[in-house]
Design a protein around this ligand. Structure first.
Ligand code: CA
Length: 215
């Protein structure tokens, strides 16, 4: 089983959305928190360029991307530590009891959040079964992150299940050919996850845990 991290294992998306929406205004860019959820999973530069195109009519320069992303990170770091997502521990436990290998597939390259996995979910994750923002050339919605997850686990797409929360993450998993459960833990409408290719949409990680116990 392949698990995304932000919005699945940690309730970290409100912090990201807050940071995007608050850091952009100083650059003459505007992003609502709702839109930040729509872009969840996209690389920082990809997100910044969407706004740059909209408000400036051109891509941002490398230097602008660096400056804007630093401002976003600065606001993000002032937010309280994200809590584990309710139901995630139960879902991981159910996966483990079924004898599944547990793989992390995240676009995040934040060392602190990765370290916190072991603190909140001890014994579930191993370094060699993690795909992070450091590993991949193409971020979600490209299938590369999930294809790499399959490779690391040594399983075929049809033997795997993905748990995701965001449209772009669902799209990445779906394009990798993997059965995808979407846990809708944010403000987006269910149909956006369905349209992105989710096989099942449930309203939280508690429901993922129940599904895994009943399958
Ligand atoms: Ca996510």
């Amino acid at each position: 089983m392949l698990f995304d991290m932000d919005g699945v294992l940690f309730d970290s998306m409100p912090n990201h959305a807050y940071a995007w929406s608050h850091a952009m205004t100083q650059f003459g860019l505007e992003m609502t928190t709702y839109e930040a959820y729509l872009h969840e999973g996209r690389t920082g530069s990809g997100t910044i360029n969407i706004l740059a195109q909209r408000y400036w009519g051109r891509d941002a320069t490398e230097e602008e991307i660096e400056r804007i992303y630093a401002a976003k990170s600065e606001v993000f770091n002032t937010r309280p530590e994200p809590k584990p997502m309710p139901g995630a521990f139960e879902a991981l436990t159910a996966a483990k009891e079924r004898g599944c290998k547990i793989v992390l597939v995240t676009g995040s390259a934040q060392i602190s959040l990765l370290q916190r996995l072991e603190e909140h979910y001890p014994g579930f994750f191993r370094q060699e079964l993690m795909v992070t923002g450091f590993d991949v050339k193409h971020g979600k919605p490209h299938p590369e992150p999930y294809l790499m997850g399959l490779q690391k686990a040594g399983v075929k797409a049809e033997e795997a299940i993905v748990v995701e929360n965001a449209p772009l993450g669902v799209e990445s998993a779906h394009r990798a050919g993997i059965f995808t459960i979407a846990a809708n833990t944010g403000p987006l409408e269910d149909h956006l996850l369905k349209d992105a290719g989710a096989d099942i949409v449930v309203s939280g990680m508690q429901y993922v845990a129940s599904l895994l116990k009943s399958m």
